[in-house]
Write a protein that binds this ligand. Structure first.
Ligand SMILES: Nc1ncnc2c1ncn2[C@@H]1O[C@H](COP(=O)(O)OP(=O)(O)OP(=O)(O)O)[C@@H](O)[C@H]1O
Ligand SMILES: [Mg+2]
Length: 371
């Protein structure tokens, strides 16, 4: 088993402000493994930065403990913790050259100049920016400055690198490139990354595991696949990707993690129970991902075992390049979005607005959530 690198034990952080007390982090417990790429994901104000600052030592918890490599961090100041932070705004010194920026922290630690210079050059190569050591930050592009900030953090060889929306200031294309590079870099250096973002796609493509936060709580921790395919709550399902939510009534919690739900059009469907479902019956939500819904002609015959099929009317279609989004009306009250990949011209050619169709999906593609 991989060793735990960072452990948060029942952390609470309250801020006192003029308007009263704000609970920024609410009873968070989590273990982050050595060498893991761990993302903190959630909307603005959910407590991501505060969690990072508690690990870094810039804030002290109101209650609970931070352990790094098994060692309690209470009373240990930020500069003595085996972590380093990369911020969104790079925070490079404008009057120093790139090389001096990277050497700065090392020299503060008493590393002699020659050694610091050698390590600065190495870390510039690591972030694929050789040859710019003599320039000043304003002579670099935004993406290059971000890489210098990374090099400056990596040169100190921290056990854990904390990154707070490090790509937030970059345009989309550069951001995508940097995502791939950062991930590759993390694999190369093998350092634990704790990466804050509010961009779900970024978290899904980069992280080994994601913690979804809201209102200071860690709602769910899991691999990108678990978070996407087995959301535990309405919030998580809604925050990650596009989801159809259908109101229903839970009739029974069946065996093997499945339940029976009656939808508003009176159809009864079988779907998987979320791992954290509290409801024993009554109102629930059924979450269905648009790409899991397939559409066939109404006369195509019954779907196979383990499938749910409902009669629908195609009421809208929208071409969005990679996919076509179809809006389906089921009964009077249910509207579903289905996405079909534009692999060929089939989806467009085969269906027309107003047509009666059958919408079907696998039972394992739907999750029953508390309302
Ligand atoms: N020093 C402070 N004093 C008072 N309240 C604070 C302080 N720092 C953060 N907060 C509050 O704590 C909550 C969490 O803030 P935090 O900065 O951790 O959110 P975040 O998830 O990083 O948001 P964003 O995505 O906008 O950066 C917010 O309500 C914020 O207003
Ligand atoms: Mg923040």
């Amino acid at each position: 088993m991989t060793a735990t690198d960072v452990e948060l034990i029942d952390i609470v952080k309250d801020f006192e402000s003029g308007a009263g007390r704000v609970r920024a982090v609410d009873h968070v417990s989590v273990q982050i493994a050595d060498g893991e790429f761990f993302a903190l994901l959630g909307p603005s104000g959910c407590g991501k930065t505060t969690t990072l600052r508690l690990i870094a030592g810039f804030e002290q918890p109101t209650a609970g403990q931070v352990l790094i490599r098994g060692r309690a961090m209470q009373g240990i100041p930020a500069y003595h913790r085996p972590v380093n932070t990369v911020f969104q705004d790079y925070a490079l010194f404008p009057h120093l050259t790139v090389e001096q920026n990277i050497m700065f922290g090392l020299q503060m630690e008493g590393v002699e100049k020659k050694e610091a210079q050698k390590r600065a050059l190495e870390s510039l190569e690591q972030v694929r920016l050789p040859g710019v050591g003599g320039r000043r930050p304003h002579q670099l592009s935004g993406g290059q400055q971000q890489r210098v900030a990374l090099a400056r953090a990596l040169v100190k060889q921290p056990a854990v690198l904390l990154l707070d929306e490090p790509l937030g200031a970059l345009d989309l294309k550069l951001r995508k490139n940097m995502q791939v590079e950062l991930k590759a870099l993390q694999r190369d250096v093998g350092i634990t990354f704790i990466y804050v973002t509010h961009d779900q796609e970024e978290a899904i493509t980069m992280a080994d595991r994601i913690a979804v936060m809201n209102h200071g709580e860690m709602l769910q921790v899991g691999t990108p696949k678990e978070i996407y395919e087995r959301p535990g709550t309405h919030f998580v399902a809604d925050f990650i990707g596009e989801t159809n939510f259908v109101d229903g009534t839970l009739l029974e919690r069946g065996e093997a993690g499945f339940g029976m739900v009656k939808l508003m059009n009176d159809a009864v469907i079988r779907a998987q129970l979320s791992d954290t479902l509290a409801s024993e019956g009554g109102p629930v939500l059924v979450a269905i991902r648009p790409e899991r819904i397939s559409i066939s002609r109404a006369d195509a015959g019954p779907a196979g075992a383990g499938m749910t099929s409902l009669s629908a009317t195609l009421v809208d279609s929208q071409y969005i390049g990679t996919d076509t989004r179809f809006t389906l009306q089921i009964g009077e009250n249910i509207e579903l979005v289905a996405r079909l990949q534009n692999i060929d011209d089939l989806p467009k050619a085969a269906f027309s607005i107003g047509q009666a169709v059958t919408a079907s999906w696998g039972e394992t593609s739907t999750t029953i959530l508390d309302h």
